[in-house]
Design a binder for this molecule. Structure first.
Ligand code: SF4
Length: 108
């Protein structure tokens, strides 16, 4: 279960995307999507960002862009909208867990 009212990642001065053009997070092809995933994968705030995004995406407040290296749900598609939100939330949960695991391993 994720706590509500987590700090918005824009408040983190050490986030990798500080000063990065927002357009970067709306990639239009597979290579650009890989670049965003790699970029976020190196962010020191990846776990916090993914945690923040989970309730946001479930509430329908995130769509189309990439957050924490995860594609937010498209506005339109064959899969029901709530299911797309839940799928993104699952992926964000996995990203947050993996980021924490990597942090623990790096500290060992
Ligand atoms: S994980 Fe990505 S979107 Fe989130 S704060 Fe870091 S660089 Fe920005």
């Amino acid at each position: 279960m994720t706590a509500l009212n987590l700090p918005d990642p824009v408040t983190f001065s050490d986030r990798s995307c500080r000063g990065v053009d927002q357009e970067f997070f709306f990639p239009s092809n597979a290579e650009q999507k890989r670049m965003v995933r790699r970029f976020c994968g190196g962010c020191p705030r990846l776990a916090e960002c993914a945690d923040w995004a989970i309730p946001e995406v479930l509430a329908g407040r995130l769509a189309e862009s990439f957050v924490a290296g995860v594609q937010m749900p498209q506005l339109y598609g064959k899969t029901p909208r709530q299911k797309r939100r839940e799928n993104a939330a699952v992926e964000l949960t996995e990203v947050a867990a993996a980021a924490r695991d990597a942090h623990v391993e790096g500290a060992a």
